[in-house]
Design a protein around this ligand. Structure first.
Ligand SMILES: Cc1ncc(COP(=O)(O)O)c(C=O)c1O
Ligand SMILES: N[C@@H](CCCC[NH3+])C(=O)O
Length: 429
């Protein structure tokens, strides 16, 4: 990509725009933020997140619905606080996520707990906190949760996560609702599992749950899963087990590279029409969106360290790497990469944009046409979800800093990690 035109918002990211030759997040120029905090640096737009949330809220207007932000997408406390203050619930998958959500001000009665491998200690902690519901993923987990709840003299509210065997048409690593995936209880075992759950004294059945995958860009897999789940709801309720809420998970995709997922309100308009048609429109609904609430809110700013010609390819070596941005290496994912400042001179060259890590899999973008020079800044787009949340210390690299922008205010929500921070929990004496 050559330099971007002035005063143009980036696709799918209206709060991230080139203005007078400099890339801004809301009102703030990224080069100034990078100078202040160093690179690599994640910068998030609060307004993008609130607008993304508003699309869900519009979709559910007049309905009894709880939006539980799937915090695995981005669990920085500053980001969590934005959603907690907006009244969201949280979908958690570990005791650590519960602690973080509570630290950010989450209301425990709006927290739901998903995941195939909850430990007894995590169950105890969540029961102590008084969470809304455990999304149980196996018959074996029902037994353990029942025992833990009885030990604590409590009843655990539960949904069973159903595996509807529906193809979400996404990357195989992030599809979760096919029968070959480890998630949920198979559709044809669900009634027996519900009957058993209803007989256990430590459990209170309150709902049903389903989550078919991530970065879903079509409506049809959601519609298919919805019909499958509603068929089950009818069967389970005919057996005398009431389901107070229906949880349809998350998974809605974002625009990384000319992707065209439906908007959240448009998606829910269609799903609610089906729910209404089948007589479930007034039932309490839960959703667990992650990526679609944060993905295009964020960019990662990185400095060009070196450009170098190779025999087959040219390389643009930047100071962000697969430890900061693991999605290309893990899923061959595409993130747009744009210069932070427009150049007046120079020429465009096609590069592989790579990080400093000692692996050939450490690439951020392949065959990108860029007009850049050493010392200049690039922005890796769509970096709000599953980037910092999956960052590691590989090659003893410190994790990047994170800044939240709201209008013309910037708040540092995570300072850059030092080697001292990394060594704090290690002992060698
Ligand atoms: C149980 C559960 N709920 C919600 C999500 C959020 O998914 P997404 O970020 O695609 O909305 C995930 C991740 O796929 C998940 O595993
Ligand atoms: N980490 C994945 C999404 C995982 C969704 C969680 N179940 C990604 O970056 O696309």
């Amino acid at each position: 990509m050559s330099t971007s035109p002035s005063d143009a918002a980036l696709p799918g990211q209206p709060h991230i725009a080139h203005r007078a030759g400099r890339l801004h997040v809301e009102q703030l120029p990224l080069d100034a933020l990078a100078r202040e905090h160093g690179t690599p640096l994640f910068v998030y737009s609060t307004q993008w997140m609130l607008d993304a949330l508003a699309a869900y809220q519009r979709g559910f207007e007049g309905r009894d619905a709880l939006i539980c932000y799937a915090m695995k997408a981005n669990s920085s406390l500053g980001v969590l606080r934005v959603f907690a203050e907006a009244g969201c619930g949280f979908d958690i998958v570990s005791g650590g996520e519960l602690d973080r959500a509570l630290a950010a001000g989450a209301d425990p009665s709006k927290v739901i707990f998903s995941g195939v491998g909850k430990t007894r200690a995590e169950m105890r902690k969540a029961l102590d906190a008084g969470i809304a519901c455990f999304n149980v993923e196996s018959e074996a987990e029902l037994e353990v949760l029942n025992a833990v709840a009885i030990e604590q003299d409590r009843r655990a509210r539960i949904s069973i996560r159903i595996n509807p065997n529906v193809d979400p048409k996404t990357h195989p690593y992030i599809s979760t609702g096919l029968k070959g995936n480890k998630f949920g209880v198979a559709h044809d075992r669900a009634l027996a599992a519900y009957r058993h759950a209803a007989s256990l004294p430590g459990l209170e059945v309150v709902g049903i749950d389903c989550h078919i995958g991530s970065q879903i860009t079509e409506v049809s897999p959601y519609l298919d899963a919805l019909e499958r789940v509603l068929d089950l709801v009818e069967t389970i309720e005919q057996a005398g087990i009431a389901l107070h809420h229906l949880d349809f998970g998350g998974g809605l995709g974002i625009d990384y590279n000319h992707d065209t997922p439906p908007a959240a309100d448009a998606l829910w308009k269609q799903l609610l029409a089906r729910l209404d048609a089948r007589g479930f429109g007034r039932r309490k609904l839960i959703v667990e969106p992650g990526r679609s609430l944060v993905g295009n809110a964020g960019v990662c700013v990185t400095e060009v360290l070196y450009t170098k010609p190779g025999e087959d390819k040219n390389f643009c070596v930047v100071d962000a790497a697969m430890n900061d941005l693991p999605r290309p290496a893990m899923y061959q994912a595409f993130h747009q990469i744009v210069p932070v400042s427009e150049r007046t001179g120079g020429a465009s060259t096609t590069y592989d944009v790579v990080g400093p890590i000692c692996e050939s899999g450490d690439w951020i973008g392949r065959d990108r046409t860029l007009n850049v020079a050493e010392g200049e800044l690039l922005a890796v787009l769509s970096a709000g979800a599953y980037c910092m949340a999956m960052a590691s210390n590989y090659n003893t690299r410190g994790r990047a800093a994170e800044v939240l922008v709201h209008g013309d205010r910037a708040t540092l929500i995570r300072r850059r990690e030092s080697l001292e921070d990394q060594l704090r929990t290690e002992r060698f004496d």
